[in-house]
Design a protein around this ligand. Structure first.
Ligand SMILES: CC(C)(COP(=O)(O)OP(=O)(O)OC[C@H]1O[C@@H](n2cnc3c(N)ncnc32)[C@H](O)[C@@H]1OP(=O)(O)O)[C@@H](O)C(=O)NCCC(=O)NCCS
Length: 157
């Protein structure tokens, strides 16, 4: 069965939260200290996505199961989030979500997309054509400073 990409609805909030939590706890754990992972995952709840329908959030769905989600800020030309469930890693959902967000950005006149990549995802984005700009420290909450990689990609016309 094919993976489809569609806009998220408020019914997807629990599944989106679980995907993000699992990706942080399993995938991001490979590159960040356990203390940071615990604080980071602990910030999430379905309420984090209370306004899911007002943001540009899409999900990757296969056979009724959500495999991942991505969020685009069209006004800022920025990918705010891209997470795939560890169970579905390496099966193409991340690429499908990223392509969709890039197409959406392009259709809104965005010529260059930026993002803050986690350390574990840098090579994924590099393969997709994103250039490393700088290593940055990003304070998510007062108790959590994450080291991330600022990356950019010029979108073809
Ligand atoms: C990064 C992430 C979104 C990739 O999603 P995915 O569905 O596993 O990616 P895909 O299956 O589309 O992989 C595309 C290609 O990138 C490669 N790839 C995937 N993750 C990679 C990684 N971390 N490092 C290097 N290569 C990677 C795959 O092997 C694949 O290569 P191929 O085209 O030669 O087969 C996913 O691993 C994830 O959610 N990670 C945790 C959350 C995270 O860090 N998100 C980024 C926040 S900015």
């Amino acid at each position: 069965m094919n993976t489809i990409i569609r806009r998220a609805t408020s019914e997807d909030r629990h599944a989106i939260c679980e995907i993000q939590r699992a990706a942080i706890l399993e995938t991001c754990r490979r590159c960040y200290p356990t203390e940071d992972i615990t604080v980071w995952a602990g910030l999430l709840s379905p309420e984090t996505y209370y306004d899911v329908e007002n943001r540009y959030i899409v999900v990757a769905e296969r056979a009724g199961i959500l495999e991942g989600f991505g969020q685009l800020n069209e006004a800022e030309g920025e990918i705010d989030a891209l997470y795939v469930s560890p169970k579905s890693e390496g099966q193409g959902s991340g690429t499908a979500l990223l392509r969709h967000l890039e197409d959406q950005a392009r259709s809104h006149g965005v010529t260059e997309l930026k993002l803050r990549s986690t350390l574990n995802a840098e090579s994924f984005y590099a393969r997709a054509g994103y250039d490393r700009m700088a290593l940055v420290r990003y304070r998510l909450v007062p108790a959590l400073m994450l080291v991330c990689v600022e990356m950019r990609k010029r979108l073809p016309d």
